[in-house]
Design a protein around this ligand. Structure first.
Ligand SMILES: [Zn+2]
Ligand SMILES: [Zn+2]
Length: 441
């Protein structure tokens, strides 16, 4: 690393201009790996070179902070400036939602990573270039359309949630237990709610079109859009119905008091059966005429109840809901591999509060069953790893090769294994038993 700027390699971002473009956090991990440094250190270095006084470095890029570098916040802009300053490339912002974030007001991102295990499997088959698409970072994107599975939010071996940025730079592996994150995933065994499908299609289209946009919509963009929509439909009532809000809210949008949220824009696009991109940028809005609504948005989401088979659940009938949740819990308690509470919530699309309200005892059962399973799995993996270490050490020893950290780690194909304290301790114990005399600090 030398020179004042452009000290980063010109690593090509993956998939710019497609709906699977990689996220900036994925890019940071990949480019850190190219430079053979932990991404946290590379970021520190970049910010130092850029002359950041500490404003950006205050953030350690854990949890919530990641949304700040994906969207149009002051932090996001400054961060991108620092990164672009250090890179010979000028297309890094295509890996963020910066251009869209005024238009997609209140777009939420996940605090931790999400991934499609089958996409990761496919990357492995395709030669092992692992990356994380930007679309996985969007909170409202819950599944992979291509593989029809839910996106995973925890390592299925050690149950950890994974930070977007971590010193290990690992992408397709868990940085805690080093397991591969590919797999078969949790299949969606009933139809995804039509509005969720609509939302995913629209996010994909918008992400693919980012490089085509020659301007970044400003805050008033949505106000003008709603005013235009009112002229077309001639009715506040129609807009309120289409977007799923009260009429008074639409008046506030038109006055410019505040801006419609991303979900309202998605609802409008769904109601008029036009994609968000066409609606906002192309001639889409011209197709909308007085009083015309193709679909109407139910004010209350009912996705959980589409998941069930046989039960016809109407509105907010408490007893029917209770039966539904009980039936689903019974089913979840009988799966071959125990299902976590989190996955259950995602599968039936209800909140934790709703779940607790209807079924306390069975929820505890579900949680316990999963915890036991996890503990067993961890123990099993631990024993397997120890067995590998044992065999490697014995083999090296019998061949008169000193079983050093690096040699053993290479032998069992797990470069970071001895960063985990218990395995390092185990190795030392074995070596002492074999008569090695050493003082490793
Ligand atoms: Zn997938
Ligand atoms: Zn793990």
């Amino acid at each position: 690393m030398s020179g004042n700027r452009s000290f980063l390699y010109s690593l090509n971002p993956i998939g710019i201009g497609t709906n699977s473009v990689e996220s900036i956090t994925s890019y940071i991990k990949r480019i850190s790996d190219e430079h053979l440094v932990p991404s946290t250190r590379l970021l520190d270095f970049i910010l130092e070179k850029y002359g950041d006084s500490g404003y950006l470095r205050r953030y350690n890029f854990k949890g919530k902070k990641v949304s700040k570098i994906l969207t149009n916040t002051e932090f996001g802009l400054k961060f991108l400036e620092a990164l672009t300053f250090s890179s010979p490339r000028d297309d890094l912002h295509y890996m963020t939602m910066l251009n869209l974030s005024r238009m997609l007001n209140k777009l939420k991102f996940n605090e931790y990573r999400k991934w499609c295990p089958m996409c990761i499997e496919k990357m492995k088959e395709d030669g092992g270039i692992f990356y994380e698409p930007l679309i996985w970072t969007i909170y409202d994107v819950k599944y992979c359309k291509e593989h029809n599975v839910y996106l995973s939010e925890r390592c299925e071996h050690c149950n950890s949630k994974l930070n977007h940025i971590h010193p290990s730079n690992l992408i397709a592996f868990c940085y805690n237990c080093h397991s591969f994150l590919g797999g078969t995933g949790v299949r969606i065994d009933s139809n995804v709610e039509v509005i969720d499908k609509h939302n995913l299609n629209n996010f994909e289209e918008l992400i693919a079109k980012i490089p085509n946009m020659n301007s970044c919509p400003v805050k008033l963009f949505n106000t003008f859009f709603i005013r235009n929509l009112k002229d077309r439909t001639g009715s506040i009532e129609v807009i309120a119905e289409a977007s799923g809000v009260k009429e008074s809210t639409v008046y506030a949008w038109i006055r410019g008091d505040y801006s419609p949220k991303v979900q309202n824009i998605l609802n409008i696009s769904y109601s008029f059966d036009i994609s968000v991109y066409d609606l906002m940028f192309q001639k889409g809005i011209e197709k909308i005429t007085k009083g015309q609504i193709s679909n109407s948005i139910p004010l209350k989401r009912t996705a959980a109840f589409e998941y069930t088979s046989g039960l016809d659940i109407v509105g907010s009938d408490v007893e029917v809901r209770r039966l539904f949740i009980e039936k689903e819990l019974d089913r979840a308690l009988k799966t071959k591999i125990p299902i976590s509470k989190n996955d259950f919530l995602i599968k039936v699309n209800i909140s934790e509060r709703t779940l607790r309200k209807y079924q306390n005892k069975k929820v505890n059962e579900l949680v316990q069953r999963y915890e036991e399973y996890q503990k067993n799995e961890v123990r099993k993996r631990e024993n397997e790893t120890k067995k590998l270490i044992y065999e490697a050490i014995m083999l090296l020893h019998s061949n008169d090769v000193y079983p050093s950290v690096d040699t053993v780690a290479a032998k069992i194909n797990s470069p970071n294994v001895f960063r985990i304290q218990k395995y390092n301790k185990y190795r030392k114990e074995l070596l002492e038993e074999l008569g090695y005399n050493f003082d490793e600090a």
